[in-house]
Design a protein around this ligand. Structure first.
Ligand code: MTE
Ligand code: MO
Length: 441
């Protein structure tokens, strides 16, 4: 139970009329003239479009990890049938993951003000008593509860992940993936149940007209079957146009202060809401770093002159020094690293040995799989598994140089993986071993 003083505080904040109409359980308490089926329906449509983008790009991001390849890529091993749609993630176009994940993170962020506005628009329903008058209504309200709950859960876990706060005792990937399926299921149910009323709501008014109506001329919508419209509306203090402008300006501000992180270069400096962009290299290596070599305790093994690249899976393991690798045919590719967290290095010019060439040197020319392993001594994400299309893509490299200079330690010296369209987490830095295998699935 909430302490009475706290309840009184909430009630006074929510008392929109300022007249002290008693208690939010009474409909008369809710007096904003903006609330009504049209206003809610417009927000619903924006959220529906945003949700479709988020679900599609989210499920694509999950697919981009190629979790079907096994342990290092599969961060949700108990997913069961939820992986039914997985497919070998393509390597073309090379900016594919950049696009899907930029959309995912940016659309997720700009939906926050819209979600808050939508919740405000239906807030009186939260206080309706009894909560359900019929079993059908009980099911409907349960679906709303799941939808609101999973929406908040997905937004909060997503934002916390972007912001580097891993404060929970469960894995982000698992939580965000399962939450997404609860969200999708309740969204489908909610959309099916509410579609007719929403369409009717949209027909109730014309957007054109509303965008021309001032606060002084703003009147409540006619009474509606869902009883969203206040029975005793107060005079408007803001027009619907003003409310949309407020929501749009909030989303626009969030976008403006975040969008820079998906571009390299000076873009990061403008991404005030993004935590990245603070750790960078210098000269040709001056672009966003995720975690440094020092953090991963990779400095010592990576600078050890006895470092060798070890290729396994062939008739016998073979090793190459960095000089050996530099003497092999070098390929240059313009590729972007896109992190699942929504920041990017921007396109950089990577030079190194094709993975396809290394497969041949390993003695597994038709390799189906490749496991890359880092020599880092601390932290996660030190290995990744790749599928045939990734190994043999002409732009898939074991990079030795970037933008004409040797890789910096923080960017993975002496050698790192760079695979077009793969999520950044698979671009393993400080590579020690590549294990190829033929056959398999
Ligand atoms: N060995 C190793 N490689 C790694 C990581 C890591 O933690 N360890 N992080 C990955 C992640 S999550 C990203 S987004 C990219 C970032 O590359 P950068 O730091 O060169 O920009 O490196 C990847 N390579
Ligand atoms: Mo990442």
């Amino acid at each position: 139970m909430l302490p009475p003083a706290f309840v009184r505080l909430i009630v006074s904040v929510m008392d929109e009329s300022g007249t002290g109409a008693k208690g939010p359980l009474r409909r008369e308490f809710w007096r904003s003239p903006l609330r009504g089926p049209w206003f809610t329906a417009v927000l619903s449509m924006v959220l529906l479009v945003g949700s479709v983008v988020l679900v599609v790009t989210g499920l694509l991001s999950y697919a981009a990890y190629n979790p079907w390849l096994g342990a290092p890529n599969d961060l949700t091993p108990n997913k069961g049938f939820l992986g039914f749609y997985l497919f070998p993630w393509p390597t073309e176009p090379s900016w594919l993951y950049w696009l899907t994940q930029s959309l995912h993170v940016l659309v997720g962020l700009i939906m926050v003000p819209v979600v808050l506005a939508k919740l405000w628009s239906v807030l009186p329903k939260l206080f309706e008593w009894p909560p359900a008058a019929s079993p059908a209504q009980a099911v409907e309200r349960l679906s709303v509860f799941l939808l609101v709950g999973s929406t908040i859960f997905e937004l909060v876990t997503g934002v916390m992940n972007i912001q580097y706060y891993y404060l929970w005792g469960f894995g982000f990937y698992t939580a965000h993936l399962y939450g997404a399926w609860v969200f999708l299921a309740s969204l489908v149910l909610h959309t099916a149940v509410r579609a007719r009323r929403t369409v009717a709501g949209l027909r109730g008014r014309r957007l054109r007209t509303e965008l021309r109506t001032s606060a002084a001329a703003t009147r409540a919508e006619p009474p509606d079957p869902d009883r969203l419209v206040s029975p005793n509306p107060a005079p408007a203090t803001i027009s619907r146009r003003g409310a949309f402008a407020l929501i749009g300006a909030s989303s626009g501000t969030i976008l403006l202060l975040s969008v820079g992180q998906v571009f390299g270069g000076t873009g990061h400096a403008l991404a005030w809401l993004a935590p990245r962009g603070r750790s960078r290299g210098s000269g040709p290596n001056d672009f966003q770093i995720n975690k440094t070599a020092e953090y991963h305790q990779a400095v010592e093994p990576a600078t050890d002159p006895s470092w060798r690249l070890r290729l396994e899976g062939g008739p016998r393991p073979v090793t190459f020094s960095r000089a050996d690798l530099l003497a092999m045919p070098q390929t240059t590719a313009e590729l972007v690293i896109m992190c699942v967290e929504g920041w990017s290095t921007g396109v950089q010019t990577w030079t190194g040995v094709r993975l396809d060439h290394l497969a041949r040197r390993a003695g597994v020319p038709r390799a189906h799989r490749m496991l890359a392993q880092s020599i880092q001594r601390f932290g996660g994400f030190g290995s990744a598994e790749f599928a045939a299309n990734q190994i043999h893509d002409p732009q898939s490299l074991l990079a030795l140089r970037v933008n004409g200079a040797d890789l910096s330690l923080d960017h993975g010296y002496p050698a790192r993986i760079i695979v077009p369209a793969a999520p950044g987490v698979h671009d393993t830095k400080w590579v020690g071993t590549l294990r190829f295998s033929a056959g398999g699935r």
